[in-house]
Write a protein that binds this ligand. Structure first.
Ligand SMILES: Nc1ncnc2c1ncn2[C@@H]1O[C@H](COP(=O)(O)OP(=O)(O)OP(=O)(O)O)[C@@H](O)[C@H]1O
Ligand SMILES: [Mg+2]
Length: 508
């Protein structure tokens, strides 16, 4: 069905159109050009009224409105449509832009389900359904899971716009395919996901396996506390690392270093370090565990693994994350080498198949302008993971604070509502596949709407993501309701206490 025509000046990648109805931004249309049908994406859409343009006062506006209502030619529906390529080629997975721009007067047609299904709803098992196209709502939207495991993923949006919902959906789909997912859960958002055989584990750090400066981080010794840092470094000897009574021997060694008669001034700092050891050892007894020999062994292949890091301080979470990332990468490296080698390697590995790792609050762990352990390993995975079957997904509500290098390595992106300009700028410089016009759409998205670009989709698309049912945490709190309930309960408690007192008095 013809819905409009190409008008004005055309380019091979962009046309202007006049249409019979207002087109929605994000809608796909077909341009029936001489060289073959082209697929277009509406990037901007305007409506104007001839009579109601340039009116200067109320009376004039009332009159003009009457004229406008009578005149069927009064409204013009203008749009800018980006050309994505020849439809037939796109259906085969190739984007071919026409050599010459479509002639003005070319018809614009409604895109049919047949036109779009092949592109957005492929049948292969690696394509999983995540929702539907936002504007052509009868079309399923799918993503290619293989591409995010091999080329990484970023999910970016303001808070409350549906990032964790999307992560839950991906987790559910990976679970259905018996894939392995490791999800670092900083806010304890995912433990209650309704996923069969979900493996929820508390992240643990074995202090023996750390180096001195990392141990200092975990003990929360400040970086500029030079003397304390030095004392810990001297005291954290190979003997301590192997001692059965790890904490006691470490403490003894720190005391010993502090008792050096030639450096009397060290005594005080050594006491401070001992306090910190004592404090961390008791406060974080569940997390800092010198007897857990292989924290990575808790991760199960073929499962959704939720690694709870919500009890850890930011520094500890960083250390734990770095540790797990490093171990996973090493394991996958050994596994790949073993697969390719003719002779059997002596090094053992745990995981046979690819793993996808998701980091929530990525701006905390891979920040711009600051070197952290986790960032070092995340960037290594971003660069090398592809070769070894280790994919990285980063999730954040502050794209502007994420290391741009790592962000630019993410082959696929889901971007939801983002209003801040510096966030938008960071995204557009990290992802060349997202046009300025698509970026300008980000402010008008609703909860659960997302722009998908990159290798996991055949074409940039604006979609609505399905809501995952049964997620208790993450939903907005009903403060007023809960206050009222609390008040009611308090009242009931008070009244029944008073009743009891009165009964008591009567008895006496
Ligand atoms: N696709 C969706 N469709 C409908 N509602 C949704 C969708 N995604 C999320 N929501 C709603 O929005 C709420 C917040 O979603 P979610 O927790 O996923 O946001 P978030 O981006 O992870 O937020 P935060 O930055 O605070 O972690 C959810 O409780 C849910 O009610
Ligand atoms: Mg969230």
């Amino acid at each position: 069905m013809t819905i409009g025509f190409v008008v004005g000046e055309s380019k091979p990648t962009m046309i202007s159109a006049q249409t019979a109805r207002s087109l929605s931004v994000g809608e796909y249309v077909v341009i029936d050009s001489d060289g073959g049908k082209l697929l277009g994406l509406v990037e901007r859409s305007f409506v104007s009224s001839a009579a109601l343009t340039g009116v200067h006062n109320f009376e004039e506006t009332v009159e003009s409105k009457e004229i406008a209502d009578m005149n069927s030619r009064d409204k013009s529906f203008t749009s800018k449509i980006g050309i994505l390529g020849y439809l037939e080629q796109l259906q085969k997975g190739k984007a071919m832009i026409p050599a010459v721009p479509p002639l003005p007067g070319t018809s614009i047609l409604e895109a049919t389900k047949q036109d779009l299904d092949v592109i957005f709803d492929p049948d292969q098992p690696e394509w999983i359904k995540i929702g539907s196209l936002l504007r052509n709502t009868s079309i399923n939207a799918k993503i290619n899971l293989n591409k995010i495991v091999s080329r990484h993923l970023a999910i970016l949006a303001m808070t409350g716009m549906g990032k964790s919902n999307f992560v839950s959906l991906i987790a559910k789909q990976i679970s259905k395919l018996d894939g392995t997912l490791v999800l670092f859960d900083y806010h304890n958002d995912y433990a209650d996901m309704a996923i069969p055989k979900i493996n929820v584990i508390d992240a643990k750090i074995n202090p023996r396996l750390l180096d001195a400066s990392t141990l200092a981080d975990v003990l929360e010794i400040r970086e500029n506390a030079d003397v304390q840092q030095r004392i810990l470094r001297l005291a954290f000897t190979p003997e301590v690392k192997e001692a059965k009574q790890f904490w006691d021997i470490l403490d003894e060694n720190v005391a010993l270093v502090g008792a050096n008669p030639e450096r009397k001034e060290d005594r005080h700092s050594a006491d401070r370090v001992r306090d910190k050891i004592d404090d961390a050892r008791h406060r974080f007894a569940d997390i800092l565990d010198p007897d857990v020999m292989d924290p990575i062994g808790l991760i199960k292949e073929g499962r959704v693994n939720v690694l709870n890091i919500s009890e850890l301080s930011e520094k500890q979470a960083n250390v734990a994350l770095a540790y797990y990332l490093q171990e996973l990468l090493n394991d996958k490296k050994i596994a790949t080498l073993a697969k390719n080698a003719k002779t059997k390697s002596k090094k053992r590995h745990r995981f046979e198949s690819p793993i996808f790792v998701i980091i929530e609050e990525a701006h905390v762990f891979i920040p711009k302008g600051e070197d952290t352990h986790a960032k070092y390993w995340a960037s290594k995975i971003a660069r090398e993971g592809r070769k070894f079957g280790l994919g990285l997904g980063i999730v954040s509500q502050r794209p502007r604070s994420i290391d741009s290098n790592i962000l630019s390595q993410m082959g696929s992106l889901a971007i939801m509502k983002i209003v801040q300009e510096d966030d938008q700028q960071q995204i557009s410089s990290a992802a060349e596949s997202i046009s300025k016009d698509l970026i300008s759409q980000l402010t008008s998205l609703n909860v659960g709407d997302a722009v998908l670009v990159g290798q996991w989709v055949n074409l940039p698309s604006i979609v609505h993501i399905e809501e995952v049912k049964g997620r208790a945490i993450g939903s907005d709190q009903n403060a007023v309701g809960e206050w009222a309930l609390n008040h009611k309960l308090e009242k009931v408690a008070k009244e029944s206490t008073q009743e009891l007192i009165q009964k008591d008095l009567l008895m006496k």
